[in-house]
Design a protein around this ligand. Sequence first.
Ligand code: SF4
Ligand code: SF4
Length: 323
Amino acid sequence: MKTLKINLLYRCTAKCSHCRFFCENESEVVTPDFETPYAVAKGLKENFGLDMAVILGGEPTLFRDETIQLIQRIHALGVRTRLETNAWWAESYEKALDLVSALKETKTDVMLSLDAFHEPFVPARYVANAVKACIDAGIRYNLEVPYLDPVHKEHALDKRTESLVNQLCAEFDTEIPQYEGGILFIGRAADEFGDLFAQNRGVPTEPCTKVPWWGDSDIETLDLLILEPGGYITKGCGIAIGNVHDQDLKEMLVQYNAQNHPIFKILLTEGPLGLAKLAEQYGYKIKDQYADKCHLCQEARRILKPYYDDILKPDQHYTTHCH
Ligand code: SF4
Ligand code: SF4
């Protein structure tokens, strides 16, 4: 076990059209459970050798002090930490410095989002403030820059993203570390952009053996685990391995075998097309083309959800009302 990603909450300050967790900024803000993430990180460190915990949401800094305290407690276990945030807190340089300075002691990496999807909710100026604060405070950081189509960048949103990144980089006389990639057509991105980008892409037939949002992310190993609100342990796609509120964590993971998991075993062999064929039994009609394998997977899982309701969790991954 190497990395635990902790989705603290689905509530955000934004409601980006590409959000893979259907996060939103309209519902009541409810304090997340901070104890379960700590207990899971501790259990994984003691039993499986956890190296890194990544704190994300939604927007974790909606609960600034509690999130920093969680990072400090996990750091004290001897686990590296990383915070993924949209920088809504960096309205001014002073405010930005205040937050990142609080992370310095724990040597927490900071991932900042910058793209046209976030821009309506978080001005790029905020991200620039956060970058400057990270540089001045000596915090390791990087920008995450997703494109709908990273090869052509022809969509208006992609053009805007490229311009935002160029503008920000031009403000600094140092190279800004950034990870550029394609969005994954999962969650709200599948609903909003899936059909548009499916043109001429056909039906994906390949298996899915690893999830795309981290290295060492093979479905068959425990090297990457995601803890979601409600206690679900997943690989990040709304497919539960188990729930820490129902089972002993160590037992759950020792017993985990993806080849025996009703959904993962299909993904590993036949891929999302196997799930779609199963979904056909419940009325799904396979289309001629999909934007990517996650788009097909998301649609198939949504149909299968009522029939595999104890496994296709958390429910948030199957939301339809908030896009
Ligand atoms: S992509 Fe990030 S910032 Fe945007 S709604 Fe989702 S969690 Fe919030
Ligand atoms: S194909 Fe399905 S299981 Fe694989 S990464 Fe995409 S959403 Fe997750």
